[in-house]
Design a protein around this ligand. Structure first.
Ligand code: G3P
Ligand code: CA
Length: 290
């Protein structure tokens, strides 16, 4: 069933946009919907997460959608990194000993630019850097990719929503041509609401599993509800789909983080619109062979 539609990569990628933007998609039979596959932190099982090589790898594997995590340095630069500390994914302990716990917010952009963000993963990626969001957006654009941008730990970075939107606007990502290629998400409902209120045209997602009774509340500012896949059921996905979001279209569901074939088939069977994966090729193959 899935192979028929997935065969056309472009159609699969456009699936997300279709679900989000086309009212006619509501009429499509559940079994005809093909989840979009999103490369989590880039193709992060194959290249160091949240680096430019990781999104290059996603493109090389044929995936247009990539996910990332955005935080802010001590001197106000937006950078792409998952943990609030630089320790796990860079050589910060060697370069700056004595500055534990090596929080992103305690380092300047120039200091972070000195770090190696690739060697921890493999010597083949030695010298990869923690990208600034600006450099990252330029590579996403260069690769013709689409971005699920997560505002990470917004409580530590007051005003990060406005700053992120400003940068996206400066880079041309808030025009009509780009808005269909961009989703901004967060675990913080306040942060998602802020993005929606600042730029209502931007597609937004809440990371979590709100109680069904509270979905209408989230639907005022979020176009998607993106849960951990372990929390999912068919009934929950149907309940989310039954609610219209802030743009008058039904809410979407992207499940995370699915890295094996059985789980991919399982969540696809629940009717999700997207699957976020460190191994997008494994997910695509599982859906393709279904
Ligand atoms: O996109 C979903 C996922 O990224 C949320 O979890 O911790 O990997 O950012 P985390
Ligand atoms: Ca993330």
């Amino acid at each position: 069933m899935y192979a028929r539609v997935v065969a056309a990569t472009a159609a699969a990628v456009l699936g997300t946009v279709t679900v989000l933007l086309s009212p006619t998609s509501d009429a499509r039979a559940h079994e005809d919907r093909v989840p979009t596959v999103i490369a989590h932190r880039g193709a992060s099982s194959y290249a160091p997460e949240n680096t430019l090589p990781a999104i290059d790898k996603a493109a090389e594997l044929g995936f247009s959608w990539v996910e990332n995590d955005v935080q802010r340095t001590k001197d106000g630069e937006l950078v792409v990194l998952h943990d609030d500390s630089l320790r796990r994914t860079t050589d910060v302990e060697d370069v700056f000993p004595g500055r534990a716990p090596w929080k992103v917010k305690d380092f300047t952009a120039a200091e972070i630019a000195r770090l190696d963000a690739g060697s921890w993963f493999s010597p083949a990626y030695a010298g990869a850097r923690v990208p600034t969001l600006r450099h990252y957006m330029r590579r996403v654009e260069h690769n013709h990719e689409k971005l699920l941008l997560e505002i990470k730990n917004p409580e530590s970075y007051p005003g990060i929503e406005q700053q992120t939107l400003k940068l996206l606007g400066d880079e041309g990502w808030l025009d009509g041509r780009h808005l269909g290629r961009l989703v901004v998400q967060s675990f913080s409902a306040d942060s998602v609401r802020a993005v929606h209120e600042l730029r209502p045209a931007v597609t937004t997602a809440y990371l979590g599993t709100p109680a069904v009774a509270r979905l209408p509340e989230f639907a005022r500012f979020a176009d998607l509800v993106n849960p951990s896949y372990g929390a999912l059921t068919t009934d929950y996905v149907s309940a989310v789909h039954a609610v219209d979001g802030p743009h008058g279209r039904r809410l979407g569901v992207f499940a995370w983080t699915v890295d094996d074939a059985a789980a991919a088939r399982g969540v696809a069977g629940y009717g999700v619109d997207g699957i976020i994966s460190n191994k997008p090729d494994v997910v695509r193959a599982a859906l393709d062979s279904d």
